[in-house]
Design a protein around this ligand. Structure first.
Ligand code: NAD
Length: 366
């Protein structure tokens, strides 16, 4: 079988460890993947003058599919997020984050099975910002006052939240299409339209209009984001596919991950018209990086999503089943899971867990 080229961006922090673990598991699954390794992140700045080298972007464009580890972004200052830049450059407007209970993983619930669909290109993540005291901030403040739209203090930094009809419609449509393709039955749109009438209000109107096209096939409901968070914590099983503007989707995916055992288990995909980039929800975890402590499950389940995307369904299914069995056995799990379980039993290292998973994948194939 001809190998399928996939760009691999290992990332930094624990990304280096989780990406290596992921490669071992994918190789054990027998999927014919040829990795095109491409760098990104702070380490690239010295050599390439940018944390996202053009050659890396070209590799993703050429292969059409990539898997990446997390990449650190400096807080308040420094370069802008490489992750956001990648999504913007390649117009990866749909972020899919499935969240499911995994028996033995220390989750608060055993019946969660939902998919978060997050808009990836607009909202406060658009990166349109004006620094405190800048000319732009001053002119914006004057405009806001002249329009009678409100008052902004002179010492305020300003971030802008654009939500378009185009962007809202296409993400809601992506949520409904995903629901149809996966045999799911309901889409919930989450918003704060009661307060942000011109941005979230527009998102909600677009969601209702798109939902009408699917009437009789996929059910629709809508929630205000704060009430949604409470409902998610009390009874997550009521949700199926949930669609959000960018920022709420980001926050809700960590919250949902926390209900099933934590970030170490949460995979994701960023999908556009011509490219798809798969990555875990978690970041580079500098607190545990380089110590063989990371849980590579989220990265490995992201690879299972990638394998489905490239038509390697059998390998994807074997990997998911192996993950399920290793957790169900309960003897070889990493420290984050022991913590979620409230257990003082010994934890496996990232490499011990990966060894176990590779063994399980191989035994399922034989
Ligand atoms: P984080 O997700 O890296 O870590 C949050 C907590 O969860 C930490 O205690 C960490 O140890 C733990 N954790 C996360 N993943 C884990 C895993 N696989 N196994 C075990 N424990 C795990 O979030 P953060 O600390 O807010 O961010 C660190 C850096 O990552 C920042 O620079 C941030 O910008 C970046 N980040 C990148 C991405 C991405 O590449 N897509 C996503 C989120 C954050």
């Amino acid at each position: 079988m001809e190998a399928i080229e996939v760009t691999l961006i290992p990332g930094d922090g624990i990304g280096v460890e989780t990406s290596a673990a992921m490669q071992r598991v994918v190789e054990a699954s027998g999927a014919p993947i040829a990795w095109i390794v491409a760098p990104a992140g702070e380490a690239c700045i010295a050599e390439h003058g940018t944390p996202l080298p053009p050659a890396t972007l070209d590799a993703v464009r050429r292969t059409g599919v990539a898997i990446k580890g997390p990449i650190a972004t400096p807080v308040a200052g420094g370069f802008r997020s490489v992750n956001v830049a990648l999504r913007k450059e390649l117009d990866l407007f749909t972020c899919l984050r499935p969240v499911s209970s995994l028996p033995g993983a220390g989750g608060r619930y055993d019946n969660v099975d939902l998919v978060i669909v997050r808009e990836n290109s607009e909202d406060l993540y658009a990166g349109i910002e004006f620094e405190r005291g800048s000319e732009g901030a001053r002119r914006l403040r004057e405009l806001v006052e002249a329009e009678g739209a409100g008052r902004i203090r002179a010492d305020a930094g300003i971030s802008i939240k654009p939500l378009s009809e185009f962007g809202s419609r296409r993400i809601v449509r992506a949520a409904f299409e995903h629901a149809l393709a996966q045999g799911r039955s309901k889409v919930t749109a989450v918003h704060k339209a009661n307060i942000m009438k011109h941005s979230d209000g527009l998102f909600l109107t677009a969601a209702r209009e798109v939902a009408a096209e699917y009437e009789g096939r996929i059910a629709f409901d809508e929630r205000i984001v704060d009430a949604f968070c409470m409902s998610l914590v009390i009874d997550p099983a009521q949700f199926d596919v949930v669609v959000f503007p960018n920022l709420y989707g980001d926050i809700a995916s960590d919250l949902a991950a926390g209900l099933v055992g934590g970030l170490g288990l949460a995979p994701g995909a960023n999908i556009g018209e011509s490219c798809a980039v798969f990555e875990p929800v978690h970041g580079s975890a500098p607190d545990i990086a380089g110590r063989d402590l990371a849980n590579p499950t989220a990265q490995i389940l992201s690879a299972a999503m990638m394998l489905d995307h490239v038509g390697q369904h059998e390998s994807a299914a074997v990997i998911r089943e192996a993950v399920r069995r290793v957790y169900a056995a309960g003897t070889c799990v990493t420290g984050d899971i022991r913590k979620a379980q409230g257990s003082s039993a010994p934890a496996a290292s990232c490499s011990q867990f990966t060894d176990e998973l590779v063994r399980m994948v191989s035994s399922l194939r034989s």
